[in-house]
Design a binder for this molecule. Structure first.
Ligand SMILES: *Cc1c(COP(=O)(O)O)cnc(C)c1O
Length: 355
């Protein structure tokens, strides 16, 4: 493997396959995920006092979110090992992604999700032929249901961080950001954390690239996580100097992907943020909606509420002295805004109310 070989390969996350969990290249379960655009965003940067702002637009993935990366890697690893049925809890988007990759691989997918997840998530799972169970509760309650099914039916449990491969797929976000910047790491990456697996993956990617000397030691990238005020267990734990989160009671936000009351990998996220000199901040749903509008109008970006949260956090990060004007900053837009009509409608409504 070399940078030159990588450069000649197709535009998908599998161009880094030596760093990914697949034994034989032709076993890869792929729908063309990854190598999404890394877009310069000068107009959005100007609005937040940043001269070198970029957006990694992962809304362009199959099923419209970065969950495709984890599902492609996880399904590849499962199928290569002869797994026939998998099960996972989801806030919504992971279910859709796994359902799609299950269909591509011929693997049965069982999904449990909160009954108030965006309807599109249930419908896409059904469209791809997955079995869907709606749960009156949060992703944590859905998780308990999956654990029962796994116990009873012997399904392979692909819940976040219960198997080691999903995170390898999400790692490709970091590999791509580095390649797209000419094999350089940025000064800062801002990520909307629910379970926080994406940021753990990004950290792992940058560490591996430094280890094989594909990127220089400097700049050391500061990792920032953003949560919603209505569910901010990581922000609270960071503020209190804790290594783990307290479960967040009454989690509520329009950013469904951020509604994770107790992330399983909380200690890894907190470590990643602290050890890189980043921080964790919370933004309101109102700020998220207004960021969705700004990203669309001033950047042409269709941001999901989670992705918009990163832009909403920039002012706080600037005011707190965490970002300097000349810093090269990458925001991760984890999904397309087109997938969440409820949020689009709310953003449009809050705009017209301001008029
Ligand atoms: C799942 C999800 C997130 C949160 O991802 P983690 O890596 O688990 O923190 C953010 N945005 C969207 C759109 C999601 O679907």
């Amino acid at each position: 493997m070399s940078k030159d070989i990588v450069a000649t390969r197709p535009a998908s996350m599998w161009r880094y396959r030596e760093l990914l969990p697949v034994e034989e290249a032709d076993h890869t379960v792929t729908l063309g995920e990854g190598l999404t655009p890394l877009l310069p965003a000068p107009r959005l940067g100007a609005l937040s006092g940043l001269l070198d702002l970029w957006i990694k637009d992962d809304g362009l993935n199959p099923t419209g979110t970065f969950k495709a990366r984890g599902a492609a890697a996880g399904m590849t690893a499962a199928a290569e090992r002869g797994v026939k049925e998998v099960a996972l809890p989801t806030a919504g988007n992971a279910g859709g992604a796994w359902a799609a990759y299950g269909a591509a691989a011929g693997v049965r997918v069982h999904v449990a999700m909160p009954s108030d997840a965006p309807e599109v998530n249930r419908l896409e799972c059904l469209a791809y032929g997955a079995e869907v169970t709606l749960v009156d509760g949060l992703i944590s309650d859905a998780g308990r249901l999956v654990a029962e099914g796994v116990e009873r039916h012997g399904w392979f449990d692909v819940s976040t961080l219960r198997e080691p491969y999903r995170i390898e797929g999400k790692k490709t976000l970091g590999l791509e950001i580095a390649e797209q910047l000419g094999w350089q790491a940025p000064d800062a990456i801002v990520y909307p954390a629910g379970g926080g697996v994406g940021i753990i993956g990004i950290r792992r990617a940058l560490e591996q690239l430094r280890e094989i000397r594909w990127i220089p030691p400097e700049p050391a990238t500061r990792l920032f996580v953003v949560q919603a005020e209505g569910c901010a267990p990581l922000v609270e734990a960071f503020r209190r100097g804790r290594d783990e989160c307290e479960p967040w009671a009454g989690a509520r936000t329009i950013a469904h992907g951020l509604r994770v009351p107790k992330p399983l990998g909380d200690f890894l996220v907190l470590r990643a943020v602290r050890e890189t000199g980043g921080t964790a901040v919370a933004v309101s749903d109102r700020a998220i909606l207004s960021a969705m509008t700004q990203m669309a109008r001033e950047g042409g970006i269709s941001a999901c509420p989670e992705g918009a949260a990163t832009f909403a956090a920039l002012q706080t990060l600037r005011d707190g002295g965490h970002l300097r004007p000349a810093d090269r900053v990458v925001l991760v837009n984890t999904g397309t805004g087109l997938k969440d009509q409820g949020a689009l409608r709310a953003a449009a409504r809050s705009e017209s109310a301001d008029l």
